[in-house]
Write a protein of this length. Sequence first.
Lengths: 267, 170
Amino acid sequence: MQLIKIKTRKGQAAITDALFFLIIIVALSVLMFRYSSTYGNRIEQASSDLYYKEYTNSVLKTIFYVSAPLDFDLNLEKTKQNDYLMALVKQDYYAQGKLGFSDMNDLKTDNYLDIAKYNLFHTIKATMRPLESQDYLFYIFNNEDSNFLYFTIKNTHFEISEANPNSGVDAVRGVTRYILTENPYHYYLCDPESYEDVRAVVSRSPKIFSSSIPLSFTYNYSTYAQLGIKEDIVTSTFAMWPATVDINSDLLIPLNCKEVDPLSSNP
Amino acid sequence: MNNKKGYIGAIGDDLPSLIPIFVGLTIFFAVFLNTYNVYRNNTDLYSLRNDAINISGIIKENPIISDQNQFIKSCNRVKTKYNWNAFIIPLDLNSENYNGLTIDDLEVENIMKHWAETESQPRKLICDSEGLGALRTALQTKDVTVYKYPITVQQQFYVEPAWIYIVVWK
């Protein structure tokens, strides 16, 4: 009788051990499965981050080394005169202490004094053309006087459509849908008051890739009565981020932006 | 007889406890193999893309591509276990004229055309001009990583903006 009891209990202990083993295995398998299902996304993210970082460096290098036509045709082959884009920018600053003839957030295509500004705007726009899903900004900031000399930003506009309560999963989950508007890509020239205003905008993006270069600009403020040369250290920064609904045109109001008319700005 | 009640043999007696063990082992090895495959494939992909970034870093080391020799020298410095090619095409400053590149455009003459027309000496800004056929085939049949960056190319009287394409595949 005693022997039968022991035998029965041995059997129960064995199956309990096996069930514990199964529970541990299932828990381990779930952990492994979760790791493997997110691993691909993390790798994808890491490699695209590397690419975008490298791209920002390339854009900045291109701006600094490229030539620009001395007209509004955006065609280096057919232009009669050209110069390095950054040399044009520096010449503008040397003569006027600012870029171009028009206001900082304005672009005139009928005034040759705006050629540097015009070509700078279009060079950045052209180099960023393949990455439509990214928004960007480029600015030149005078560190001595704490003011901006040039500021351009691209902003993608989204249309917010509320979930339809009568259809689909989105309605059940209460998801709001964001779709691109008909002409989603908008380009602005801005005149921000302070660096904090800019930071308030870009900090809304969860991810940002940026590249900066310090430069030396010279301003000749000589008058008939007095000779005056001022050397300024400026920082030029290019940054891009995945277009997001969190950065919308309302948020750009403190930056004093004016949209560059796509029709009038193109040759 | 009482001692042997329910006894069906050494294995048979343990059968109920063996079933969860075998099920557990099957689940574990299935998930483990799946995880291993995902890890291996993604690590390969990451390594390939990382190499594409490294190749672009080597070729773009000089901010201006001054001539064909300098470009080919940069190409020759690339060391990778993957198949790859790189070439340069012009960048139109008017972004309204932007067109992506199609497989049909991948002809030596097409890529050379611009650089040949604007220079007295025609230039081939292609790392492996013989390998364009293999590149076209790879684009149609394999997973290919294509990275594109803006760079600058020295022309006779100006520095022209251009696109460099880095194409890497296994």
